[in-house]
Design a protein around this ligand. Sequence first.
Ligand code: BG6
Length: 487
Amino acid sequence: MAYEIKFPENFLWGGATAANQIEGAYNEAGKGLSNNDVIERIKPEDRKKLHLPFPSTEEVKEALRDEASRHFPKRYGIDFYHRYKEDIALFKELGFKAFRLSIAWTRIFPNGDEAEPNEAGLAYYDELFDELLKNGIEPVVTLSHYEMPLHLSMEYGGWTNRKTIDFFTRYAKTVLNRFKDKVKYWITFNEINSILMSPFISGGFLRDQVKEEEVLQASFQAAHHQLVASARAVEACRRLVPGGKIGCMVLGMLNYSNTPHPGDMLAALQDQHKTFFFTDVHVRGHYPAYMNRFFHENNITIEMAPEDDQVLKENLVDFVSLSYYMSTVSARPETAGEQAAGNILTNLKNPYLEASDWGWQIDPTGLRTLLNMFYERYEKPLFVVENGLGAFDKVEEDGSIHDQYRIDYLGRHIAAMKEAVGDGVDLMGYTAWGPIDLVSFSTSEMSKRYGFIYVDLDDDGKGTLARSKKNSFAWYQNVIATNGEEL
Ligand code: BG6
């Protein structure tokens, strides 16, 4: 008889988004500019290239001067800011138990270094959370999802500056306190491990602020500041939010060994450490020993304040959340191999895997493996807070969208997740990425669509913004209604 596996009751099924990819209204109700407001759409021919912007101060100023002739899609998103009631009604129809969204820091502290918050920004999220709760949907809120006040980048060097910990802590305490009765699930930093690859969007610093040969050093210093800030947010959540749960979040990447060569296996382990480093600190409360050698061999010295050890040690997360889109392959440095595509972290191509339209390697079994690895390491509840397929969708003459490829992708990943539950993994929930089409993080395109809900908007920002249901809508509705029994 087959081993019986069921998703837990109260499993948090839903969808996930980020403020800067959906809200728009970038200059309304006192909002300040965030670093994603100065990011342009990439050229279609660069779709499969790794695109991690690292502008100079002058380039940012240029973007601000030359607004009219350029297109910055994240300023406009999908106009969720104004249309959230309509969108939440659709999420309710899908049967969502949870909706992951982020607060735009710049709506609350427009420049980041003000003493007092912007009431209009707080009032907006008050209404938004009320609307979710009214519809029986639990908000899962990320404090920082790929945006910070641009002013903090320009004037302070973003997360390389220790002062940013205090600015963030003030922001975190403000929203934790304000929304303590409405929001019970909190996440500190989206894909915190991305900071090692993405200096501007995750680290908040500009190219001319750091010498080229010191970017890695600066990134680890920024990472340290974020880890301390994350622990401070955990501390504040414990104190301010009755019954609250707060977790960390990493880009979940599984690194296969290219061959059985021991050197390849070692490379895979060392690449895996670059993700585990961040979760190890959040769950165990101290820097893992394997980093000492890495820091020594790469001339990295992290400046720490005397209290940092204690802050990290005392404020451990309640759960570990992760995104998962693909896996990759690691090899000895001298190995020549074809690079696979991805948005932040990627390495070699895997001959056993197919890839998406954007070249991301599709690997549902990898999700099962990765969940097992995380759970064995920490024995903490896990939460898959992003997973999805970015694909081109075709609207038929009658308006229907037959996105069977999306159903296949998601169905296979949910099945793999279920296997992980069968392996003993304590899984809290699953929020599919981009339940409604949104602006792509890495390419700022609209044509890279993830949603169950189609948004009539093209890459140039043209369209009616009307929402419509794809075939995957009814499919996901049934997945949730059957608690993952029917895929
Ligand atoms: C994750 C991010 O890395 O991947 C999201 O947390 C992002 O913000 C998602 O949108 C998908 O990536 P992309 O580049 O296809 O939008």
